[in-house]
Design a protein around this ligand. Sequence first.
Ligand code: ADQ
Length: 465
Amino acid sequence: MGRLVVVSNRIADPRKTAAGGLAVALAEVLNNTGGMWFGWSGKIVDHSEVDDVHLEHAGPVKLAMVDLSKADHDAFYLGYSNGVLWPVFHYRLDLADFDAGYIAGYRRVNQLFARKLLPLLREDDVIWVHDYHLIPLAAELRALGCTQRIGFFLHIPLPPPLMLAAIPGHDWLIRALFAYDLVGFQSESDLDHFARYVESEAHAQRLEDQRWRAFGRTVHAGAFPIGIDVQEFEQLAAGAEATDMYERMKREYYRRKLLVGVDRLDYSKGLPQRMRAFREFLAKNPELRSSATLIQIASPSRENVEAYTDILHELESLCGSINGNFGELDWMPVRYIHRTVPRARLPGLYKASRVALVTPLRDGMNLVAKEFLAAQDEEDPGVLVLSRFAGAAEQLKEALLVNPYDTEGTATAILLALQMPLEERRERHQALMRSVRQYDVHWWCESFLGALAEARAEEKGTSWL
Ligand code: ADQ
């Protein structure tokens, strides 16, 4: 394989220990190929200063970063990416803000990325573009004459055709996917939505080997469910910070079973629904009340997008009313923490918890579910309560699968999870870990890049714009 060039909106510096599994896994491949990571620097500058590409070396990996002007950042990132694509792709048409100016900003930033990236490319580079911020990047690169192999991976779900069709300009967006050689999704259901959309809306012809032909090009598409770096996580779990966290939690909660939720504070994660289910559980099981505590960590996220402040207030008010109504002098049912937990401590928290509540309303994959499993003591493991609407549910069938909109059903699952006998916990955990280990982040990288190496759309130079 030639040099790997990863492109994503944000760059995770592979030298920083805080970087998660994805950054670590990509850094490994980048290190091996002496690759380059291209993306936004995280800096917002005056329009006149958007100019050079900043280059840094992180070992053998080259980091190439561009700044954005405020207008571009607002329209591209806050506007189109997080005000249109994120809600619609998570089935929340009601939260989408279809401001006509956003799409122009989205296009401008993708053009800027293409213009700045092109001169840095070598003939035999393989380019891997990540996520919904950069859907049209390959089309913009092709328009400038780029002929290298380009793959795209969507980390979030792809909604069904009629929901996609609600986005003004949806045909332009999906047509842009045909500029890639390979398009990867998290789950079979996302792939199915893609197939149905392109066949019905774009009259694409389905060829063998998961290839679709439309707009004079053939694109390969497939499901490549992302995994975690199990080894890295096990090492973290054995480290001093995780051990300290585990021991502190065990000391503090020695009389109670812990339930844990760890999420970005995002409306897709189903946090109010989770709290209502926990409230229902408390109301229905008074004898169990003071034996369980729910720790909910919700890290601040996209706070300058309006829908995120609404969800923050809703969650705060629910937690407050649950504690007010059910709490005792020596017991609070919910501990809600609006902060990010340092990554090195997470495995300790997971291991000390009997139950994880991973109940998004929609999620591309959800790595917290896999991390929770990897952190468990296999002799005495905890139970995963998992939303059927997380991409992870296609793989993690031995979890207690729930419909997060069904408050009573989720409350019943919480009860079952807290009371599950040891033998059943072990059996389920063993089966789940087989899948987590087999489909880890290295499998994901290798299978995507392997498929990209074989997928080569024949046509070049099609006019894209
Ligand atoms: P996210 O929506 O961010 O990612 P998720 O996969 O659950 O969701 O988490 C990614 C990472 O962030 C995990 O390593 C997790 O430990 C960490 N994290 C989350 N909340 C945290 C908190 N409060 N404190 C500390 N760490 C926290 C998007 C998609 C997902 C998809 C991933 C990867 O939305 O569906 O699984 O990308 O493709």
